[in-house]
Design a protein around this ligand. Structure first.
Ligand code: 5AD
Ligand code: SF4
Length: 575
């Protein structure tokens, strides 16, 4: 068994603290030549679980590994470095991670040189590290959400000392700028604006795993967004556990509304943001959303529960009435906005009446989609200490009742889209059917349609033909065929015009006039020959006679008019 070096171990009591001031650190680690020699040209595999923040972290980790020459792979058996990037928000996420760690037992048995790393939110819990150290000896390195910047240093230490490494600290966190990034997509990107969370909802592990809420400097955010715009990206999603509190800690007057407007002004075709916290959501954000067409008219506004009693016990800082008032203010200024939400069913001691209240408020909020969860106790959170008198079966029954009620609204909104044309950012092959492509509309509905792979990463127009609760089917509004049918229409108009009729009349007269035909053929023949001076004079004389013939001169005049018209039409169609 390898030795284990424990540099830092996480601690929930430490993770709860909110006192230190945050530093911005500029990344500058120089990897050793030994590290580069070992991994250059080799493959790196990263499996990410959980939310968009984890996806963005994966891009940073891949950026770091690319900086020493590693290549990304989707095949873990080819990898020399494998990272499992974990989520701790619910127990089933953790179960999946343990499943993935288990898979690596065989892979590592066949490939002894593979270095396996575990990182992300799960690792920020001491009991998880202890369990993994004991049960999964093939995990080599543990690092937390606060020290992704240490990835290359930890690999360096590992290959030198050959010991297992645990470096996971629970502290409020810093902001690390200028880390390399390898984007997963080349047309849509996540950009962090805040890290961590200070809300401490009583059921939630995130404030412990991701530390204090801290905002990036607006200039660093704008610089990252500007690069994406210059590189031709089509969509940016600004990320934070609570984007509405952006800037509070900076104490320089910059607010989320201000940041959102500045990013919108950079001209990215689509701008989104995640996640909003109802009582922090300010009305100036509504105004900015309404003002800029490139800010998508879609808002994810988690309610969690529609019962004021449950909301209070969850530590959420609004009532259902305040939530609905906010929704009404948003709809008053942006009538076509699509709203989605997060709802937890089965918070300790939640009653059936509480769930009915959630259904009632949800129907009033009129969501187009929702993420619904059954409460999962998270060790160390206040809610996990509550005694719960509701069985899991009962919670499951209520959960299904809530979902069926919500689906009525989802279907209603989907039905309303049928027959209309929407812009869709094409993501790739549809997961439902490999023959189809899929992508998201502005209001975040997934649409499946037939189309060529070359459209991936493009914004295309799709007419919705069929609606389902969670998806839509449509057809491309094909711009090429639109142009073709327009051309056909113009051709018909031209053919029936008086000008063309007259032209065809004179053309026919020339073709049927034997004398003119002979003259024309002679001119064509002489033009091809090498003429002497005498013959040249004869040619010019014949040409003059031909051109001055009233039938030919009318034909030439009309032909010129038609040629000019052709150029005009071509320019109009930009062919
Ligand atoms: N149990 C169930 N769902 C949870 N969420 C957060 N913590 C828990 C938990 N302990 C849900 C919330 C949050 C979403 C990301 O996950 O609805 O908004
Ligand atoms: Fe968790 Fe609440 Fe923070 Fe969201 S706002 S990350 S639910 S603590």
């Amino acid at each position: 068994m390898k030795k284990t070096v424990i540099e830092n171990m996480p601690d929930m009591n430490q993770a709860r603290k909110r006192v230190e001031s945050i530093k911005t650190i500029y990344y500058n680690y120089e990897p050793s030549q030994k590290l580069i020699d070992r991994f250059k040209g080799k493959y790196a595999y990263i499996r990410t679980f959980g939310c968009q923040a984890n996806v963005r972290d994966e891009e940073t980790m891949m950026g770091l590994l690319s900086s020493i020459g590693m290549i990304k792979t989707e095949d873990p058996t080819k990898a020399s470095v494998a990272i499992i990037n974990t989520c701790a928000v619910r127990e089933n996420a953790e179960d999946k991670v343990f499943g993935e760690i288990g898979e690596f037992k065989n892979i590592k048995a066949k490939n002894k040189d593979l270095v396996l790393l575990l990182c992300g939110c799960m690792v920020e819990q001491k009991h998880i590290i202890e369990k993994t150290l004991e049960k999964y000896p093939h995990v080599d390195i543990f690092f937390g959400t606060h020290n992704i910047q240490d990835l290359l240093r930890l690999l360096d230490e590992f290959i030198t000392k050959k010991s297992r490494y645990v470096d996971v600290s629970s502290f409020e966190g810093n902001i690390i700028e200028k880390m390399p990034v390898t984007r997963i997509e080349n047309y849509k990107a996540y950009v962090n604006i805040t890290y961590g969370c200070d809300k401490f909802c009583t059921y939630c592990i995130v404030p412990y795993t991701r530390g204090k809420e801290r905002s990036r400097d607006i200039n660093d955010i704008l610089e990252e967004c500007k690069v994406l715009v210059d590189e031709g990206f089509k969509e940016i999603t600004l990320l934070g556990q609570n984007v509405d509190s952006y800037g509070k800690d900076l104490k320089n007057g910059v607010t989320f509304a201000h940041l959102l407007e500045e990013v919108a002004k950079l001209g990215i075709p689509r701008l989104r943001f995640l996640t909003s916290y109802p009582s922090d959501f300010k009305d100036d954000v509504i105004d900015v959303m309404a003002k800029y067409p490139n800010i998508m008219k879609y808002l994810h506004l988690p309610i969690q529960s529609g019962s004021d009693d449950v909301l209070k016990r969850m530590g959420r800082r609004y009532t259902s009435e305040e939530y609905l008032n906010l929704v009404n203010r948003i709809r008053a200024k942006i009538p076509n906005i699509a709203l989605s939400t997060d709802i937890i069913v089965g918070f300790p001691n939640e009653t059936y009446e509480d769930v009915l209240k959630t259904i009632d408020v949800s129907l009033k909020a009129d969501y187009t989609s929702a993420f619904t969860f059954i409460y999962s106790p998270r060790k160390g959170t206040p809610a996990a200490r509550l005694v719960d008198d509701v069985t899991y079966e009962e919670k499951n029954k209520r959960f299904k009742e809530l979902v069926s009620a919500l689906e009525v609204n989802f279907k209603k909104h989907a039905d309303e889209m049928v027959g209309k044309v929407y812009e869709v950012l094409v993501d790739g092959e549809s997961k439902k059917n490999k023959e189809l492509l899929s992508g998201y509309t502005e209001n975040n509905k997934v649409v499946h349609f037939k189309g060529d792979e070359s459209l991936i990463g493009q914004i295309v127009k799709v007419k919705i033909l069929e609606s389902h609760v969670y998806s839509l089917f449509g057809e491309l509004v094909d711009e090429d065929s639109l142009i073709k049918s327009k051309c056909e229409e113009i051709k018909k108009n031209i053919e029936s015009s008086a000008l063309v009729k007259e032209y065809l009349h004179y053309k026919g007269m020339i073709e049927n006039d034997h004398e003119l035909e002979q003259m024309h053929n002679k001119l064509l023949f002489m033009k091809k020959c090498d003429l002497n001076d005498e013959e040249k004079v004869e040619y010019l004389k014949l040409k003059e006679e031909y051109d001055n013939n009233p039938i030919v001169s009318n034909y030439n005049r009309l032909k010129k008019e038609i040629d000019d018209l052709k150029i005009e039409v071509k320019n109009l169609l930009k062919l």
